[in-house]
Design a protein around this ligand. Structure first.
Ligand SMILES: [Zn+2]
Length: 316
């Protein structure tokens, strides 16, 4: 039996494994209404194939895609956008006004990522980032309502992870597609009936106050479900919001404690975050060993430590 790579939810919402780095790390979501499709986040270049096969499985062609919506332009969310826009001729790209120019001319975006990951890793993970014709781009200001065959999708400005981050409210399904603003939740850490959720504080625009406000903004819509890019459907949203607020504060407390650690700062941030999150995961009731849980969160802990350092350096 092959491993599941598409998940079908109520209200014609589907999640596709984006095949990014490892299984169930990043999702591409589809919202389908009367045969028309909105794609929420594109993953990297490697997500195109599984997305096309999911569409085919649903009896849909490339012409059915009306929107490619980016919650933000970090490349695990937007790296495949140019390729998808090339593949889906009817689609408009929906992106925050602050992110649009980087989709038209990705040169600076690419240079920034190469600086962090190096050229070789960049090519392997992301390949070539294709520019997108400006005339196909919708700049989604706060309050913009998209109509997907009559199904209203509301774009809301949700800074805190990135200043150019939006979330998408789907009132039909009482759900919000939250990109990275409502944290990450990996299925490997699930207990029988609960999902472990933790925030991303990754570089370079983490802003805890804005993140708290954006979590509250999402919750003001009283969603029954939220759909995370890392990784998909989250239930018990009310309780999860409390957990998220608490863990954002725990990240900030660690940053403030280590702020004067000098040369040791990154290592100390990393160690403290790892200990805090592994204790949380254990207390939560996860059955994985500490080592196995570490393997699931290690790369995010590294990024969260880097993002907290950037936040401290920006004057906190
Ligand atoms: Zn991101």
């Amino acid at each position: 039996m092959s491993m599941q790579s598409v998940w079908h939810y109520e209200h014609h919402i589907h999640a596709i494994d984006a095949a990014y780095v490892r299984r169930q790390l990043a999702a591409v979501h589809l919202i389908v209404e009367h045969g028309r499709v909105a794609i929420v986040d594109t993953g990297s270049k490697d997500a195109l194939k599984p997305t096309l096969s999911a569409l085919a499985q649903l009896g849909l062609t490339a012409d059915a895609v009306d929107y490619v919506i980016l919650t933000h332009i970090h490349l695990d969310h937007a790296g495949g956008a140019g390729l998808m826009m090339q593949t889906f001729p009817q689609a408009r790209l929906v992106v925050h006004p602050r992110g649009a120019a980087h989709m038209v001319d990705p040169t600076k975006l690419v240079a920034g990522v190469i600086q962090v990951y190096g050229e070789e890793a960049f090519r392997r993970l992301y390949g070539e980032i294709l520019p997108i014709d400006e005339r196909r781009i919708i700049k989604a200001c706060d309050g913009l309502v998209l109509s997907l065959a009559g199904r209203e999708l509301l774009c809301i400005d949700t800074p805190g992870h990135a200043r150019h981050h939006l979330a998408l409210v789907d009132s039909r399904s009482h759900s919000v597609f939250t990109g990275d603003i409502f944290g990450m939740s990996y299925r490997e850490l699930d207990t029988d009936d609960r999902q472990f959720l933790f925030p991303t504080t990754s570089p370079v625009q983490f802003d805890p106050q804005a993140m708290h406000a954006s979590i509250d903004r999402v919750m003001a819509f009283q969603p029954q479900r939220v759909y995370l890019t890392h990784f998909s459907q989250l239930v018990d949203v009310r309780r999860q919001a409390d957990q998220l607020h608490r863990l954002v504060d725990a990240h900030v407390a660690i940053a403030e404690r280590e702020k004067d650690a000098g040369d040791q700062r990154h290592q100390r941030l990393q160690t403290a975050l790892a200990a805090m999150l592994l204790d949380e995961i254990h207390a939560f009731g996860c059955r994985l060993s500490r080592d196995a849980a570490w393997a699931v969160i290690a790369s995010d802990v590294e990024l969260n430590a880097q993002g907290l350092a950037v936040w401290l350096d920006s004057g906190h």
